[in-house]
Write a protein that binds this ligand. Structure first.
Ligand SMILES: NC(=O)N[C@@H](CC(=O)O)C(=O)O
Ligand SMILES: [Zn+2]
Ligand SMILES: [Zn+2]
Length: 432
């Protein structure tokens, strides 16, 4: 098998080097490497990053293949520069048994565009009353390490405690959708001045913050790992700061949409802006950016949540919450964090590759380009701009909130285990 010579890329925004990729590994790095039999990829002016890793992706299979499949979501992921995604468990049937997580895992392997790491449900059927077979999922071929009832909160504190205790045996982590359900009954958007003006029922910040505080205390108490999904409020950042100061094993993610968009958009009554947790205020956006820059928020995760036209193009209250995210995540991070100077390219690698890989236990991902290391790589042209056209995105769903926006950063190539899944900004022949 001949290899690939990535020529002249800036490695994590620093020195320029040629990178030779052969048989899945990086076999050479340095100035002016000879191409030999390898195919040259001109990377002048481009940034080479470790392949991006998403801790929070909804692939909808099994059950809602009309919105997304493992294969279509894998295409979106590769185009977005991802080499690994963690597939959320809120499918139909729910990924709460070894059988379902193994099915998702093997569908990912068949698609072959990104490593699909299934997340297992915490409770049977996401119903919140009985622990799922966590041990069987961990021992399965899918080797599940992250468990989440995402879409629902594990709201019973005793059950949450037991789940945290249980996963310690295999260094697992509970990823919590932090939403106290009794405070969000009927909620349609962020509770605040805009919801009062629009007359829509609100989702108060405290519904998120109360659960994060409780779960941080529980994780500290039992010495286990907690990961907080889609943090969306300034108060949550303060609670995380406090939890980390205690030395507790708490990590957190923020979604690109919460780094850019605000609750004012609900005034359009366009359900494309409906999401859980909801878009918050400009002050929250500023605090989330600051928290991400400081590392109080450890990672960016997409919460890629495809929905069909029927589920989105209806009245606001009937629409499902969630937005597409895989193909726009890196551009939104460049726009909100890199261009304003809040994060450099090493910071992007840390928040979108190294740390998510470590949290998920994916040892072949999240590693900086180095000779002998795995060739899971993303090449991005930071100067190029593109305009988001929903119909041009991968997959059957169209629910992007960025339609018509021109964003910085084009993923020109993605390499998965040494094989390009994307070249010239397009899925490779063998990959499409
Ligand atoms: N984020 C959302 O608004 N929706 C997610 C569920 C979730 O992440 O809570 C979905 O599955 O559609
Ligand atoms: Zn959620
Ligand atoms: Zn989600």
């Amino acid at each position: 098998m001949t290899g690939w010579l990535i020529k002249g890329a800036s490695i994590l925004g620093r020195e320029r080097a040629d990178v030779l990729v052969e048989s899945g590994r990086i076999t050479g790095m340095g100035a002016d490497l000879a191409a030999g039999d390898a195919t040259v990829v001109d990377a002048d002016g481009q940034i080479l990053l470790p392949g991006l890793v998403d801790l929070h992706t909804h692939l909808r299979e099994p059950g809602r293949e009309d919105a997304e499949t493992v294969a279509s979501g894998s295409r979106a992921a590769a185009l977005g520069g991802f080499t690994a995604v963690c597939a959320m468990a809120n499918t139909d049937p729910v990924a709460d048994t070894a059988g379902v997580v193994e099915q998702v895992w093997s569908l990912g392997r068949d698609a072959g565009l990104v490593d699909v790491q299934p997340i297992g449900a915490v409770t049977v059927g996401l119903a919140g009353s009985q622990l799922a077979e966590l041990g069987a999922m961990a021992a399965s071929a899918a080797k599940v390490r992250i468990f989440s009832d995402d879409g629902h909160c594990v709201s019973d504190p005793r059950l949450m405690r037991r789940a945290l205790e249980y996963v310690k045996a295999f260094d697992g982590v509970i990823a919590q959708h932090a939403e106290e359900p009794s405070l969000t009954a009927g909620a349609q958007m962020h509770e605040g001045a805009v919801s009062a003006r629009l007359g829509l029922a609100g989702w108060p910040a405290v519904a998120e913050e109360a659960i994060i505080a409780r779960d941080a205390l529980l994780a500290g108490h039992v010495g286990s790992r907690l990961h907080v999904c889609h943090v969306s409020t300034a108060g949550s950042v303060e609670i995380l700061r406090w939890a980390k100061s205690k030395g507790w094993r708490v990590t957190a993610e923020v979604c690109p949409h919460h780094l850019l968009l605000t609750d004012e958009l609900a005034g359009s009554y366009d359900p494309v802006y409906k999401v859980n947790p909801p878009l918050r205020t400009a002050d929250d956006v500023a605090a989330l950016r600051q928290g991400l820059a400081e590392g109080i928020i450890d990672v960016v995760a997409t919460d890629h949540a495809p929905h069909t036209l029927e589920d989105k193009e209806c009245e606001w209250s009937a629409a499902r919450p969630g937005m597409l995210g895989l193909q726009t995540a890196l551009p939104i991070v460049i726009h909100t964090m890199v261009e304003p100077g809040a994060l450099d390219w090493d910071g992007v690698a840390e928040r979108m590759s190294r740390t998510p890989a470590r949290i998920a236990g994916l040892t072949e991902h999240g590693r900086d380009p180095a000779v002998g290391g795995p060739a899971n790589l993303t090449l991005v042209d930071p100067a190029a701009r593109w305009t988001v056209v929903p119909s041009e995105l991968a997959g059957p769903s169209r629910n992007t909130p960025y339609s018509g926006m021109t964003l910085p950063g084009v993923v020109t190539a993605t390499f998965l285990h040494g094989r390009p899944t994307v070249l010239g900004g397009k899925l490779t022949e063998s990959a499409s």
